[in-house]
Structures are given as C-alpha cells and as structure tokens.
Design a protein. Structure first.
Length: 73
C-alpha cells in the first residue's frame, strides 16, 4: 500500500477529500490510527484543516474502511 509516497501536502489533500483518501487508504489509515492524536491535530492546523473537519473526515473514512480511530471516539 505504500508503493507511492505522499508528502505532507498530498496527505493533507487526502485528509480533506474522502475520494482522494480512498486512493491512498494505507497512508490515511496509518495517519489516523498510528500517529498520536496531538500530532494529528498539529498537522491539521498546520495545513489549514479545521479540527472539526478532520474529525468529520475521520468518521467518514472509518465508516468506509471499517477501522476505528481515536479521533472518532
């Protein structure tokens, strides 16, 4: 799943677009499931993604992937 590399800007785009995220599910799942929550929030703020928008995205991605993420809890 990681044969393509995403830089921080590309990951931020994925976190703002569920259809794009579905093209990179491994990266997005790793971010939401393995990166500490505080760092997820810092990343979102640094990339102009509102924390509430990130939470809403995580809920949508969770519903699609079947995975559960701390941000959604």
């Amino acid at each position: 799943p990681y044969s393509d590399q995403l830089d921080d800007a590309a990951l931020a785009h994925c976190l703002a677009n569920i259809d794009l995220a579905k093209q990179h599910p491994g990266h997005v799942s790793a971010f939401l499931g393995e990166v500490p929550l505080a760092q997820q929030v810092e990343f979102a703020i640094a990339h102009h993604i509102a924390v509430e928008d990130l939470k809403a995205f995580a809920a949508k991605f969770s519903a699609w992937s079947g995975e559960s993420y701390p941000l959604v809890a």
